[in-house]
Structure formats: C-alpha cells, structure tokens
Ligand binder design. Structure first.
Ligand SMILES: [Zn+2]
Length: 341
C-alpha cells in the first residue's frame, strides 16, 4: 500500500475560527500533514508525491461558478482596505432568500455554508493540491497499481464541501471527486465515512444517485455539527432512494458503540457489492481529539481498519478530519495497520 501527499497542501494557513461566539485558533493547520506523515512512517507506509492531473475530475463534481470563487475570490476581497486578513462570511442565504449576488461579501456568504472556511493567499493552491492528491491516489487504485489500495493524505479535508459551498474546514470534496472518477468508469462505489461529523457534502452530491452508495457514521447531529443533516431517516431521493444511510451515535460513546455502528455501515456496504470502496477517514472520534465529542480509544481505530479492509479488492482511504494532538500519528498508524493486516 502506498500513500500520496502533496506538500503544497501546507500553503493554506487559516488564522482563526469562530468558537462559542469568539475568535479562537483554527485547528485545521498544516502541522496535521506532519503528524499524519509520522503515522504513515509508524505504519511503514511509503509516501509519494502525486502526478499533476488537470481540473476535469474536480469540475465533474463542483460548479464552475464556485470554482471561480475559490480561485479568485480572495484577490477581490483584498481590494477593499476595509476587509480583514481572512475572507470569512458574515451573511448567508436562507431558504427564503437565496439569490446569487455580485458583491464579494455577498458571494462569500453564498458559497460558504458556515464561518469556518476562511480563505487567504495560498488557500486555492492548497485545496487544489488536496483534491489532486485524491485524484492521483484513486487513479492508482483503479489502474491496479500497488495491490489496488492507496491512502490519500488530503488536507484541507473535503467531506463537508457541497458542489457549490465550502463548510466545516472543507473546500473541495476530495472523497466525492475520487468516487466520481470511479463511477464514471461504470463502477459501483461505496463510500464509508468514519469522521465524527456527518459527511453532509458527500451525501448531498450523491443524494439522487444509485451507483454511489453513501454511508456515514458520526455523532448525533441533533447535538453536533453539521446539525442540519445526518439523521437516520435521510435515505436518498429519486434514483438514489435507498442509497444513502446515516448511522448517528450518541456523543461521548465508547469504542464498542462506535464500532457497532461502523459494523452496521460495513454490512450495508457489503450488501451493495461495491467494485470500489472509499473510506472517508476522519480520526476525530478519538478520545484524544481536541474536539472531544466521542470516546473511541486508540485500539478502536485498528478494529475499524480491519472492518474496512474486507469490503472490496479496490479500496481508497481518503483523509478527512482529525486534529492536532500527540495521539494523531498513532490513530492513523493503528487504522492502517488494521487495514493492511
Ligand atoms: Zn470531523
């Protein structure tokens, strides 16, 4: 098994996030790359830089207008001396008020689902490199290189990003972009999202499609971000009805409870008989994660790796959340050790 990582992902350096109504340090920092690489080294997994692929895979998932905003919005923001060092939304459309404006502050609110996705110099290059990492790793899996398995060290993460909205530290949906590459080859894809936060962007992108099964295990959204989706009764719509399943778990549950939900998700994936599995690997259900919303112990991630390894010959693991703590390298090493066993 190989890992793919592009060091230009470090170019995105957010300063702050809104937490409890105050500006707080933003934990989605470039140091995550170093900690995750440490985990790869602990697991004995070699890291390669990706080849550079064009933007077609990204454009197959994200709206052109949104991509233009991600690429050029910050330059426009900087033109006004009244604007601060980070581009952040302070107004959002609602169900009753959702026209797309021309002003940069208005557009920032339009293309952001929440206040967490600040944009600065370097953001576009980093998120583009993150998506390209997923594309490169997926192409290796599809071509059967290195035993059909790869790990994409993607940072910033992607699973909260919609086709036309950033959210939850996510800008481009790396997992969805990889899934779309496989689906375009006529393959059946199952996405199993283990991040403690619901994979709302991924769910939304494939909600009306039957060839990509989306499964997400996460903390109960009645009490946890992203709050407005991730409930067990969201099952897909139209052709996609029955091809989305959510497995919400009570906050602060232990390894046993979280793993039972992961087992249920794996059973659903297995029944779908996928050609390709994509694991959206968040490590933030860990008891040591700074977000502190679940109590999964380090060994729990080894079990998760084992559960996920048997579903399909071709499997891509895409990094999602999991924030700096001394345990972060071990969590990734444990997952991959279980996965490769
Ligand atoms: Zn998360």
């Amino acid at each position: 098994m190989l890992a793919i990582c592009d060091d230009r992902q470090a170019l995105h350096r957010p300063l702050t996030r809104l937490s409890g109504g105050r500006l707080a340090p933003n934990p989605e920092q470039p140091e995550r790359i170093d900690l995750l690489k440490q985990g790869l080294s602990e697991a004995g997994v070699k890291v390669l830089a990706p080849l550079q692929h064009g933007g077609a895979a990204i454009a197959s998932v994200h709206d052109a207008d949104y991509l233009d905003f991600l690429q050029n919005g910050f330059a426009e923001w900087k033109k006004s001396p009244a604007n601060g060092p980070e581009m952040r939304a302070s107004v959002h459309p609602t169900v009753r008020m959702n026209r797309k404006p021309l002003d940069i502050l208005g557009r920032t609110g339009y293309f952001h689902a929440d206040a967490s996705c600040v944009m600065l110099d370097g953001t576009w290059e980093a998120v583009r490199a993150s998506a390209n990492t997923a594309v490169d790793a997926m192409l290796r899996v599809l071509s059967g290189e290195d035993k059909d398995r790869a790990y994409a060290l993607c940072r910033p993460p992607g699973h909260h990003a919609y086709a036309d909205k950033a959210g939850g530290f996510c800008y481009l949906n790396n997992t969805a972009i990889a899934a779309q590459l496989a689906a375009a080859q006529g393959l059946r894809v199952a996405i199993v999202d283990l991040d403690v936060h619901h994979g709302n962007g991924t769910q939304s992108i494939f909600y009306d499609r039957a060839e990509v099964l989306t499964l997400s295990v996460h903390g109960d959204p009645a009490y946890l971000y992203p709050f407005y989706s991730g409930y067990a009764d969201e099952e897909g719509e139209g052709a996609g009805l029955g091809f989305n399943r959510n497995f919400p778990v009570s906050l602060m549950s232990d390894s046993r409870t979280y793993l039972a939900a992961v087992e249920s998700a794996c059973e659903a994936a297995s029944n779908f008989a996928p050609d390709v599995v994509i694991v959206a690997l968040g490590l933030d259900a860990s008891a040591s994660d700074p977000f502190a919303c679940m109590n999964v112990h380090d060994d729990g991630f080894k079990h998760m790796g084992k559960l996920l390894s048997g579903l399909a010959r071709k499997t891509l693991v895409v990094q999602e959340g999991g924030y700096p703590s001394p345990s972060l390298p071990t969590l990734l090493a444990n997952f991959l050790t279980g996965f490769m066993a």
